[in-house]
Design a protein around this ligand. Structure first.
Ligand code: XIL
Length: 649
């Protein structure tokens, strides 16, 4: 961090010039663009007004203090904190531009010991509950800890966007807080796309988190290499989908605590992108011990409630899975949800179930599912319900890491054989979080061990998907470590290719190293500057590049179209139209009505409309309910028409 500081006034002038788009790019001697400082605070002038206290308590105070500092004499001090999530927050969306990347750098210290994190918060427009994401964890030590050039960005669908510091309840000092604008980057167009090389054999995809969508270069890489499949990094996990306040409100209203209330608001950036760009989605994940709140397993969803009975948990599980698929398909009828991890990580390496207990206060091995069920008997109903409610074409997977370790592999295989006979499973998800270490001999698992797992799973006669591929180097890697990583990636990829007749998708767990959950060990195929790494080049070496990249097949919304119209409301003069277009009779006309119509056509026994719904559904006025009525509602929803009478023009 430079000692001479850029004043806030200068920084504000920079920011203003960005807003009107006149700021010149700053170039280094070699012609590459340099990041540009837009805000810089060293707190020497005593002004801390650009920061607010996060957490809503009135005991925390922010002030400039000379008790500790890195540059000059002062730092920002948050004192009187009572909760770990209280701390200084810097708002981004009222000062900076969406779809632009910024680096955040800062120094942070606890008064006696530093145990902090830097996190990111935003609220999806139209929602009330904010979402959080840890950007840097483990800022632990007895002195100042450094956050260096952590990338953040936001889309125009987000508001209340903050970067904040949290952890412990000790006083926190922040100094030398700097925001820089990352220069716009052109990705390499002169390399073949991964999907172009391999996408004719299996889908190639990646996982993304919401702030990836605001990085143009990241999305350019997705468009070129990973457009055949996207997975939410976190946003479709139970802790993101379950809505605690709504769950508790539902109990208040009805006295029923078996119908979990859900929301896909966190997944919106990914789902909207996939809808717009016709990208198939891998759903991750329905039932997991981790990233699932303990209150989901407690009476009345109370944090301090008693564990519920197995019977009640089965009801919650079924209702959760039912709501999950019904709402997803209703909201996004044109997305191809082609795969779903029904259960994640239920077996330990030795083939035993996890230990019972809470996730939060207990060890990371604990599973609240095992606590309630006593063993792994929760897995089968999860698959049974998923089969019952998943849309057609959505294949069901058991997904796990260390999936090549004997004990775990055997447990998975035994379970999968049984489920296959019962017709409730379609495939195995091999997460493939691998470790290249310092040499091919030390890499774990060995390529042979991994290949053996591919062979064993292929013998099941089920599909295989590689669901979360990443390969770590040692921390602080030397150049040679990237050669080892490249050679190991090649070995693993070639093994997968050898089994291509059994493998239907290969999904990387992220795009660029710096955004990875294991970022300190550089596990992905693109570096922080969006350049293809040695590992990328080694993977494609020796493979032909087909002339045409594969395209995603067009999606027929939900169910097949009818040959015959269903009930003719005109034949039933007793039933009146209450609200034209409101096929599901919920009092409004939305895309869900279109889905209800398509579902009723595809499967009238299961999804038949009520008489009133049938009367409402006939929006094109052509007697009888057809896919054309569903299309009419989609046009209305997309504001292509303002009145259904325009359909008959
Ligand atoms: C990881 C995410 O990438 C992190 O952001 C999060 O903090 C923890 O979970 N196995 C899985 C994924 O099935 O859901 C995990 O994703 C990585 C390990």
């Amino acid at each position: 961090m430079k000692k001479s500081h850029i004043t806030k006034a200068m920084a504000l002038a920079f920011a203003a010039s960005i807003a009107v788009g006149t700021a010149p790019a700053v170039y280094a001697a070699d012609g590459t663009a340099e990041p540009k400082v837009v805000y810089s605070f060293d707190f020497e002038d005593g002004d801390v007004s650009a920061f607010t206290n996060r957490g809503g308590d009135d005991t925390t105070e922010l002030s400039a203090s000379t008790d500790a500092s890195v540059s000059g004499d002062s730092a920002l001090l948050a004192s009187g904190r009572t909760e770990s999530w209280n701390g200084p927050a810097f708002r981004l969306d009222d000062k900076l531009e969406p779809f632009t990347e910024y680096y955040i750098s800062a120094k942070i210290k606890g008064r006696y010991y530093t145990g902090a994190m830097m996190s990111f918060q935003y609220t999806v427009k139209g929602e009330t509950e904010p979402k959080y994401q840890n950007l840097v964890q483990n800022l632990n030590g007895s002195d100042w800890m450094s956050v260096e050039r952590i990338k953040v960005s936001f889309t125009d669908e987000m508001e209340g966007v903050y970067v904040y510091f949290e952890g412990g309840s000790d006083d926190l000092f922040i100094d030398d807080f700097v925001v820089e604008e990352v220069p716009a980057v052109e990705i390499e167009q002169d390399i073949p796309g991964l999907a172009q090389v391999f996408g004719h054999d299996f889908k190639v995809g990646t996982s993304l988190v919401p702030n990836n969508f605001s990085s143009r270069a990241t999305m350019d890489i997705v468009e070129k290499h990973y457009y055949q499949s996207l997975t939410c990094g976190n946003e479709m996990k139970p802790d993101a989908v379950l809505n605690k306040a709504a769950c508790q409100a539902y109990v208040e209203e009805t006295g029923d605590d078996t119908v979990p209330q859900i929301s896909f608001s966190a997944a919106k950036p990914l789902l909207n992108y996939c809808k717009k760009n016709n990208v198939p989605v891998r759903i991750h994940t329905l039932v997991w011990h981790s990233q699932t709140p303990d209150w989901f397993f407690k009476e009345n969803y109370a944090d301090d409630g008693k564990w519920v009975s197995k019977e009640k948990m089965l009801l919650r599980m079924e209702n959760y899975i039912k709501a999950f698929f019904e709402e997803l398909v209703a909201l996004y009828p044109t997305i191809d949800f082609y795969a779903c991890d029904v259960v994640n990580e239920a077996w330990l390496d030795d083939g035993k179930p996890r230990s019972p207990g809470e996730q939060g206060s207990g060890g990371s091995q604990n599973s609240a599912w095992v606590q309630v069920f006593g063993d792994n008997s929760f897995i089968e109903p999860a698959f049974t319900y998923a089969r019952k409610y998943a849309p057609e074409g959505c294949k069901l997977y058991y997904n796990d890491f260390n999936e090549y370790m004997d004990g775990k592999m055997n447990a998975i295989i035994e379970m999968a054989k049984d489920f296959k006979e019962k017709g409730i499973i379609d495939g195995i998800g091999m997460q493939s979080h691998l470790d290249a270490r310092q040499s091919l001999d030390a890499a774990f698992p060995s390529v042979n061990m991994y290949k053996n797992a591919l062979k064993k799973y292929s013998e099941l006669g089920l599909d295989i998907q590689i669901t979360e591929l990443d390969v770590t180097t040692p921390e602080n890697p030397k150049s040679g470590d990237f050669d080892v990583q490249a050679a190991y990636y090649k070995g693993i990829w070639d093994a997968i290719y050898e089994y291509k007749d059994y493998v239907s998708a290969v999904i990387l767990w992220g795009v660029t190293d710096d955004q990875s959950w294991r970022g300190k060990q550089y596990p992905l195929l693109f570096d922080a500057d969006y350049k293809a790494k040695k590992a990328f080049h080694s993977i494609i070496e020796g493979y032909e590049v087909p002339a045409e990249p594969p395209t995603n097949p067009p999606v027929t919304p939900t169910e097949p179209q009818p040959s015959e119209p269903t009930d003719d409301p005109v034949d039933n003069p007793d039933v009146e139209v209450t609200l034209l277009g409101d096929a599901n009779c919920d009092g409004k006309v939305t895309i869900a009505d279109s889905t209800a119509i398509l579902q009723s056509i595809g499967n009238p026994d299961k999804y038949g409309l009520s008489d009133e719904g049938t009367a409402n559904a006939d929006v094109d006025g052509t007697k009888g309910i057809t896919a054309n009525d569903a299309l009419g509602i989609q046009k209305y929803d997309a504001k292509l028409i303002s009145d259904f009478s325009e359909l008959s023009k």
